[in-house]
Design a protein around this ligand. Structure first.
Ligand code: ZDP
Length: 281
């Protein structure tokens, strides 16, 4: 069997997109995804995303496998890429695409919409702050985790935990460039206080409207960008009175604009670019 795929990236967070619109079953297994994502023995990507038929009145459903085969609830850079992929498919088939899509995910309904300059804005929904929702055992299930001490790699870090459907642990540092991310990242990800493991963001506040971020992703390690992580980091920074509700976040792969609006929802704007289409045996 051969399968057609298209590679997209959002700020260097790269994904293999599969047109799965005719079946509710992903065309690949998690084990296939691990092989396809391998950068030496496969195509190379941080994850595989499937465009499945919609459910509960949505246009489409997104499922994603991380490069280690685990399945996250949501993916911010990935959903911008999925929006662009669907628009590209519809334009190829009918000559036009919709201005926005309602997409079912394991973290709720997300709506990517296209800006005139080619960027994609996604309504990412509301953050969840209770320890039981993250999930983490740092505090009681009905308590928030804001600026709480956590010992990792023999050092105490003050962490804030936010769920954007998937778990995030955020910590503020003076200089993100100085971090030994390859050493400490996995220790946060697999810390026993995170029963579902965690994504971890390290944030340097440059100005009240500009943050610098490095990320260690659950199931993928160091990546060049993380959309849900950028949203979670803005929430954490506001809760710690470190910035405005609308900021630019600089990631190794480029910048995202994130707003935590008065309706309590997060709006993320950034690029989504096609790289190539291929056929794999
Ligand atoms: O939660 C997780 O396991 C993440 N690795 C999912 C992917 C998140 C992503 N980087 C994003 O942009 O939100 C794709």
């Amino acid at each position: 069997m051969t399968i057609e795929f298209t590679k997209y990236h959002g700020l260097g967070n790269d994904f293999i997109l599969i047109d799965n619109r005719t079946s509710d079953q992903p065309k690949l297994t998690p084990e296939d995804a691990v092989r396809w994502c391998d950068r030496h023995f496969g195509i190379g990507a941080d994850g595989v995303i499937f465009a499945l038929p919609g459910q509960d009145g949505t246009d489409y459903t997104m499922r994603i496998f991380n490069s280690d085969g685990s399945e996250p609830e949501m993916c911010g850079n990935g959903i911008r890429c999925l929006g662009r992929f669907l628009a590209d498919l519809e334009v190829a088939e009918t000559g036009k695409s919709q201005p926005k899509y309602r997409i079912h995910t394991l973290a709720g309904v997300m709506t990517p919409k296209f800006e005139a300059d080619g960027q994609v804005t996604v309504d990412m929904g509301e953050p969840r702050l209770l320890a039981g929702e993250i999930p983490t055992t740092i505090a009681a299930p009905d308590q928030k985790v804001i600026n709480q001490p956590l010992e990792v790699a023999g050092q105490v870090w003050n962490v804030t935990c936010v769920s954007m459907g998937n778990p995030h642990c955020i910590t503020f540092v003076d200089d993100v460039a100085a971090l030994e991310l390859e050493k400490i990242g996995t220790l946060f990800e697999n810390h026993p206080v995170f029963p579902q493991r965690t994504n971890t963001e390290f944030i340097e506040v440059v100005r009240s409207d500009y943050l610098k971020m490095r990320v260690w992703e659950r199931g993928a390690g160091i990546t060049l960008a993380c959309g849900t992580g950028a949203c979670a980091s803005l929430v954490a920074a506001v809760l710690n009175q470190k910035c405005d509700r609308r900021v630019t976040i600089e990631l190794p792969g480029g910048c995202l604009q994130i707003e935590w609006a008065v309706d309590n929802r997060l709006y993320m704007t950034g690029s989504a670019e096609k790289v190539f289409t291929g056929i794999r045996q």
